[in-house]
Design a protein around this ligand. Structure first.
Ligand code: ATP
Length: 203
């Protein structure tokens, strides 16, 4: 396990993975242990509702109003089928997400650990701001079959969603710790316990 030279206080754990790989399952477990989790997906949802400045920037960039569900579906279709457009959107949204993460971090200054659950941790460069990068990993076949089961997708739809992201093989190369979620949830929990024990032993 490689450890960053400068450790922040509290220790920041960046939790990431691919679509359907088990990030929420892992983050729920951290929460159940009383460890605070900052959920970047929740932040994004909140920003869409509350941050008119961000929404206006997106509207200006993409050239249409994004107020209704239909508008959002239109935007989703564009960014889903065109990686460049997705990057443009991410460039607008992520500075706002970072600000919110910083704000939320201040709620937990008295805690030893904070988990930051961020699906695009690596893509947006936030992996450089945490002490440990945890990647929840599964094989592509498992990822697809869990997606099919959870979201009632066809094999082709699941394949498309998986292919639209940075591969888990690549994400793994950025990981300090790979949480292999190929088998049972219990096994995933055991790996998290062992990571946390390792942190205690380092002290
Ligand atoms: P997304 O990126 O789409 O939000 P995620 O990475 O948060 O997904 P989860 O929602 O945690 O992934 O898991 C995806 C699905 O797989 C869920 O239905 C979850 O219950 C199931 N799952 C997670 N881990 C396991 C496991 N070890 N064994 C069986 N099912 C699992």
């Amino acid at each position: 396990m490689s450890v960053r030279i400068v450790k922040t206080n509290p220790i920041l754990i960046g939790l990431t993975g691919g679509i359907g790989s088990g990030k929420t399952t892992a983050s729920n477990y951290f929460q159940s242990l009383g460890i605070p989790v900052i959920d970047s997906d929740l932040i994004v949802k909140r920003l869409w509702k509350e941050n008119q400045e961000m929404v206006s920037k997106i509207e200006k960039t993409f050239g249409f109003s994004i107020q209704t569900d239909i508008d959002r579906k239109k935007l989703a279709k564009i960014i889903f089928s065109d990686p460049k457009q997705r990057e443009i959107l991410n460039h607008i949204v992520h500075p706002y997400v970072f600000l919110e993460v910083e704000k939320e971090k201040t709620f937990y200054t008295d805690r030893q650990l904070i988990v930051i659950d961020m699906p695009l941790l690596i893509e947006v460069g936030y992996h450089q701001k945490v002490d440990y990068v945890l990647v929840v990993y599964v094989s592509m076949d498992t990822q697809k079959s869990r997606l099919i089961q959870r979201d009632h997708l066809t094999e082709i739809e699941a394949e498309k969603r998986v292919q639209a992201q940075m591969s888990l093989e690549e994400k793994k190369t950025f990981a300090d710790v790979v949480l292999n979620n190929e088998t049972t949830i219990c096994d995933l929990h055991d790996q998290i316990d062992s990571f946390l024990r390792g942190l205690k032993d380092e002290k």
